[in-house]
Design a protein around this ligand. Structure first.
Ligand SMILES: [Zn+2]
Length: 140
């Protein structure tokens, strides 16, 4: 026997067939939308509150539009564009957390942007950057 829930699930599946659904950009849109909603609940200035609510509404609209879109190629391109700057950002956060947690080493940033790792408490050492070979005296 067909229950109501089965029927509902089937009709949702039929409706979503051939539609894009949710991707990383969609989850990010949802997260920002929820963040804006939470922030707006603390805002007492009416104009600022309105702007935040409007932004959240616009993001909800974009999210729903992208989920139900049939233009897969375009939606995938948008997601790829998003991941192009989001992935290095996420890696950067993760690496920074790792460096902070590592108490046995000191991390020195070279002019070329590379991070050099030296053990702590070994006195003065000459550091040679593995990337650009620049030398630097570092107190550990
Ligand atoms: Zn360097």
């Amino acid at each position: 026997m067909y229950s109501f829930l089965d029927r509902l699930r089937n009709s949702v599946a039929r409706f979503m067939y051939g539609r894009y659904g949710i991707d990383q950009l969609g989850w990010a849109t949802l997260a920002v939308e929820m963040g804006l909603t939470i922030v707006s609940s603390f805002v007492r200035v009416r104009a600022v509150w309105m702007v935040l609510r409007l932004l959240a509404l616009a993001l909800t609209f974009i999210l729903v539009y992208r989920m139900f879109s049939r233009n897969m190629a375009k939606r995938r391109a948008e997601n790829a564009w998003f991941l192009r700057w989001w992935t290095p950002l996420r890696t950067g956060f993760r690496d920074a957390r790792y460096r902070r947690a590592d108490k046995a080493h000191k991390y020195v940033r070279c002019e070329c942007g590379a991070w050099c790792r030296v053990p702590r408490n070994v006195g003065k050492v000459e550091l040679i950057c593995p990337k650009c070979n620049a030398k630097k005296i570092v107190k550990t």
